[in-house]
Design a protein around this ligand. Sequence first.
Ligand code: F6R
Length: 366
Amino acid sequence: EKAGYDHFMLKEIHEQATSVHDTFAGKLSELDGSVNLEELNISDEEIRNIDRIEIIACGTSWNAGLLGKYFFENFAGIHTDVDIASEFRYGNPIMRKNVISIAITQSGETADTLAAVKSCKAYGCSSIAITNVVGSSITRVVDSVLYTRAGPEIGVAATKTFTAQLIVLYLLSIRFARARGTINTNEAKDLLIELKRIPGKIQKILNRKAEIRECAEIFAEERDYFFVGRNVNYPVALEGALKLKEISYIHAEGFAGGELKHGPLALLDEGTPVVAIATKGHVYDKILSNIKEVKAREARVIAVAEKGDTEIEKYVDHVLRIPPTHEMLAPILSSVVLQLLAYYTALARDCSIDKPKNLAKSVTVE
Ligand code: F6R
């Protein structure tokens, strides 16, 4: 059942080349730049009338939602808010008819997410769920269900369901963008061609996991870890920190690079390794400045950077490589690296990887 792997988590990390592919297979045509989501019960007219997207989720699914915001705002030009379900349901959200809610929940059973989505319906908003489990509770309360095709996930730490959620959000944002005319055929084609290359690039990372293991072992006994990123790499930092803390029990926090000097720098010294997600993009120089900032406090830096980026080596202690890709897709590849980093750290610390203490796979109570 673990197919030769020591843990379900490692098996599920390895399944991502396939699960990512299965999630987009049959849904796109790179010939005309179209995305076909049959399960979506919204007309083009309704898509054009969307005023705002309200994403609701918990934990890792919330981190996926934060990335969704970049996709929807960049590609489709739709203002997007991302709320934690347990906050949303007890808040006083301003919801109107042309707001569309998107619930992201791997299990489809998270109590807070279900309750939050039900409250959106009461406002008359159209609702979409992104889930991995066919027939789960969430599927019975929304107007449209978009499935991730990741297959069953046994490890408590979400891995392949997270990357599959990113694929669905990416496809949905391109679908919206096409209906609204915010990207043209050629731009859509390029985005879809690049998407199709992702499974092969994930496989390349998996083939080089020994390097990630080596790096994890160097820092496995540390007490605190920082993860920093900017723009699309900010949610990646949050997710990297969440994975590390939940399975290795190392205190880890994710920050937006620009926030470091507003407080977190006070905690930094040579005993706090900093993972900087430094893939190429319009904020690359900005993350380099952050790296210099933390190096000045003696912190050791592990960068996640693209193959071929030789500049980064001048500033950091370790580099974990991903194959180059579109700026918006790099988070998928960087996340696979950080999943492996968390896994090998927990392994070195002899932790109960598939069933971390105090955590459950599906949180059906609030
Ligand atoms: C972290 C993790 C949790 C879940 C969260 C939401 O690895 O698995 O943070 O992401 O409990 O679960 P779902 O997606 O089932 O609503």
